[in-house]
Design a protein around this ligand. Structure first.
Ligand code: SF4
Length: 361
């Protein structure tokens, strides 16, 4: 059932979708050693403990976004030094995908700074999906909100993953974004799921939120009708000109706690240590992997913010005895996770999103 040879049949943690806020907070508040021990135990039952998957994210349309996400240098609402770029030519995207593949990435993610894609843009985007897949890479897109029919068109093109983050808790969300609602995000995730595309959904920590808000985000993700196959956890990268550029830095151990709790709540999901690795101490990264992170972004940039040098990453993996996943292993792991998520979907399909706001009351 699992790739981990040490996994014991019958020991797999169940997929729960009914976590209360108190339960999630209890995990997040536990002594760190207890939390890490439990997360690592779950991780070993469900994943290869010494393996990470590598993804690369390319910005295919940069800046001038009509949304007002307070962390984002691409928002047209803020005056940042970012250079805007129109939708890239398909060939430029494929060139970047080839380079990413040659550097060991097995998934190629493409992000556009849109509120939602225009129907006129979709044929270009679809060509990108087909071209990147033909290079032997898994594909992921993040294009903003999707309608039901757009999700189906992307599914028909063979898109493997769609990323749409919940960002933070429902309670803190209004401090970060006003131009789209939490419910809008949940609806897009529902369209993606219903179209048969794997879901990539996570959030950002370090935006001035409380630990309770981090619990709220994790509770929302874990109580979706099916766990996202992929869960990116980002640490805010402060960019001058955005409203969050002066926010107090988060204790990096809070990131470790968030990852460990996510691992316990969503045992089979791939947990991606995403933005914020540049400048992060190796010891903290090592703790994130111990807590259950099993995927990272590599390459020069994560959309518009810098990433560590690929050679530094490889050096760190070597010191930690971590292997990077091959393309075949990534495809196998994706199929396995999708099958588990589908099985859980059949088992307890509720069709309802859990209301974290109610649970907190
Ligand atoms: S996060 Fe995405 S939707 Fe929000 S402003 Fe940035 S590009 Fe636009």
């Amino acid at each position: 059932m699992h790739a981990n040879p040490a996994a014991m049949p019958g020991q797999a943690s169940p997929h729960r979708h009914d976590w209360s806020r108190q339960e999630v907070e209890r995990l997040l508040n536990a002594p760190l050693n207890d939390l890490l021990f439990e997360a690592q135990t779950v991780h070993r039952r469900h994943h290869q403990p010494n393996q990470v998957q590598l993804s690369t994210l390319l910005s295919i349309k940069t800046g001038a976004c009509p949304e007002d996400c307070a962390y984002c240098p691409q928002s047209g609402h803020y005056n940042t030094a970012l250079e805007r770029e129109k939708l890239l030519e398909v060939e430029r995207v494929l060139e970047a995908a080839r380079t990413a593949r040659d550097k060991g990435a097995t998934r190629f993610c493409m992000g556009a700074a849109w509120r939602s894609p225009q129907d006129r843009d979709l044929p270009h985007v679809i060509e990108m999906v087909k071209g990147v897949k033909a290079l032997g890479l898994e594909t992921c897109m993040t294009l903003g909100m999707l309608t039901e029919s757009q999700a189906h068109r992307l599914a028909d093109a063979g898109l493997d993953y769609y990323n749409h983050n919940l960002d933070t808790s429902p309670e803190y969300y209004g401090e970060i974004i006003t131009t789209r609602t939490y419910q809008d995000r949940l609806e897009t995730l529902g369209h993606v799921r219903d179209a048969g595309i794997n879901v990539c959904a996570g959030g950002i920590v370090g935006m001035g939120e409380s630990r309770q808000d981090r619990a709220g985000l994790l509770q929302q993700l874990a109580n979706l009708p099916e766990h996202p196959e992929s869960v990116p956890i980002n640490l805010l990268v402060k960019v001058a000109g955005t409203p969050l550029d002066q926010v107090e830095a988060l204790d990096p151990l809070e990131l470790v706690r968030t990852i460990a709790t996510a691992r316990i709540l969503m045992p089979d999901s791939q947990l991606r240590l995403s933005a914020g690795r540049e400048g992060m101490e190796d010891g903290i990264q090592a703790l994130c992997f111990f807590a259950g992170a099993n995927s990272v972004f590599v390459g020069e940039k994560l959309l518009t913010t810098p990433l560590p040098e690929t050679s530094d990453d490889m050096q760190l993996f070597k010191r930690l005895g971590i292997q990077t996943e091959t393309h075949e292993e990534t495809v196998e792991a994706s199929a396995r996770t999708a099958a588990l998520v589908e099985a859980a979907r059949q088992e307890q399909r509720s069709g309802q999103y859990y209301d974290a706001t109610q649970a907190r009351a």
